[in-house]
Design a protein around this ligand. Structure first.
Ligand code: NAP
Length: 273
């Protein structure tokens, strides 16, 4: 993809050859985004750990006319992930990088905190690796004066969640990084989009027992996310009602909001594989 004019930059035309690299492409939002972008002329690189599910996403993308590559990789190793990104980008420059991979383990039933092992793993997968990958991609895209980076945060980042201290903390860090990187990239025609969803119907949310208000079907979520990345929008928070919960928590004294949040009682099943 060459340098886009100011007008073209608003939406990326379908006819342009793209390379879209998606982490978390083996499941949920990442897999749905692959399906959204899949069409002739588009190459989709899919990363995840589960090779069988990566192949399934790739097959569906190929049925829609896209070419695909898959990489089974554990994102808890940030150095390896950056190296793999460099190799992929050297072969075929990445036009759109979507960092969707993430984990969301909450405090085990009866425990006072998450385990320290989970805390470390989640910090790497949800924060350290996406930050390192986005930094490398941004530097390369800035040289080319074009590119899009979509980063999956969460509305959990707006709240002090006692059940999910590491999840909400890692997503809050990612959110600040994302908007700061956007500011740094502004002069270079590289647009960084922070996506902060509420509940989306994916294997991640299906592990949770209990009420999931305003649950969004994954294909609908993927359409909204992809359009905001294509437009180069700064932030997408959806469903909009979570803007209100954010405002409410900001207005309440923390002694009160923390008491309310401590009363949240959510159970989580182990992942399927
Ligand atoms: N679903 C929601 O309600 C919701 C709400 C807000 C934000 N989000 C965020 O949206 C993103 C996508 O979530 P989702 O709902 O699509 O979840 P999902 O269906 O559970 O998918 C998670 C993806 O992350 C990958 N992943 C997890 N740990 C990994 C690791 N160590 N190395 C490499 N890949 C790893 C998984 O790969 P494998 O399965 O191959 O291991 C999978 O492709 C996450 O960042 C999540 O925090 C989701």
């Amino acid at each position: 993809m060459g340098i886009m004019s100011k007008k073209e930059e608003k939406t990326i035309p379908n006819s342009v050859k793209h390379h879209v690299l998606i982490t978390g492409g083996s499941s949920g939002i990442g897999a749905a985004l692959a399906s959204y972008y899949a069409r002739p002329g588009v190459h989709i690189t899919l990363w995840g750990r589960n090779e069988a599910r990566l192949q399934e996403t790739a097959r569906k993308s190929q049925e829609k006319g896209a070419s695909t590559s898959i990489l089974a990789i554990d994102l808890s190793n940030a150095a390896q992930a950056v190296q793999a990104l460099i190799e992929a980008d050297n072969i075929n420059p990445v036009d759109i990088l979507i960092l969707s991979a993430g984990m969301a383990d909450i405090r085990p039933a009866g425990a006072k905190t998450e385990t320290s092992e989970t805390a470390l793993q989640m910090s790497l997968v949800n924060f350290a690796t996406p930050v390192a990958m986005a930094t490398e991609a941004a530097s390369r895209m800035a040289e080319r004066q074009t590119g899009r980076i979509g980063i999956l945060g969460s509305v959990a980042s707006f709240h002090d969640l006692p059940l999910a201290t590491v999840y909400s903390g890692s997503k809050a860090g990612l959110g600040r990084f994302s908007t700061a990187l956007r500011a740094a990239m502004e002069p270079y025609n590289v647009k960084v989009t922070l996506i902060a969803p509420g509940f989306i119907d994916t294997p991640m949310s299906q592990r949770l027992e209990g009420n999931q208000p305003f649950l969004v079907p994954v294909d609908k979520a993927a359409r909204q996310i992809a359009r905001s990345i294509n437009r180069g929008q700064a932030k997408l928070v959806f469903p909009w009602v979570f803007q209100l919960t954010r405002l409410l928590e900001a207005l309440l004294p923390s002694a009160i909001s923390h008491r309310i949040l401590r009363a949240l009682d959510i159970m989580q099943h182990p992942p399927e594989n």
